[in-house]
Design a binder for this molecule. Sequence first.
Ligand code: AMP
Length: 223
Amino acid sequence: MTINIILLGPPGAGKGTQARKLVEDRGLVQLSTGDMLRAARSSGTEMGKRVAEVMDRGQLVTDEIVIGLIREKLSEGGNGFIFDGFPRTLAQADALGQLLEETGMVLDAVVEMQVDDEALVRRITGRYTCGNCGEVYHDDTKPTKVAGVCDVCGSTDLRRRADDNEHSLKTRLLEYYKKTSPLIGYYYAKGKLAPVDGLADMDRVSDQIAAVLPLSREIATGT
Ligand code: AMP
């Protein structure tokens, strides 16, 4: 059974962490436009150079670019997709709807990860990840057991994102409220919205998401 879901929420809501878990547990393919754009910028392509500056400021990259990235990846298939950080605008949501229709895929649920703003600032300003395996850490709540070494793969390539600072975060939050939060109403109206408490601990959040998934398939097929 394939499952296609969107993880929707402000920066720092835990979308990436939950997406990684769904990849492990259910074999879904994570489509993170943020990761794709970071890969593009580090490859030094023309597109990468153009988006780097926009990303560092905390603004949104153009719809055209991110829709193009998603279109390329949708052909890869698998047990289904987790859209992580996409769509972020109504135009992107419409484009995704069209792409899914063209490829005969169904959107099962849009998981809205609810977190309050103060928690977001705390989460983001202490965040770092392993450049090798992608494990996510936090200075206060989840430091590595040995300083500077990833618990999971032993890599010493621990990185902080250029846009994980208080200044860029302010812009990212504003972009979220202005351009992305209207998607909550959009998907509610489509009967797809599943709010979860993103402040709960990681396993509780996973349980809430797991509870949404089979239910969403029943809704989608009308059984
Ligand atoms: P993320 O890793 O999802 O927090 O994304 C990091 C940055 O990449 C964002 O602040 C945007 O600059 C850009 N970005 C990622 N996804 C999108 C998207 N769907 N639309 C526009 N910009 C995006």
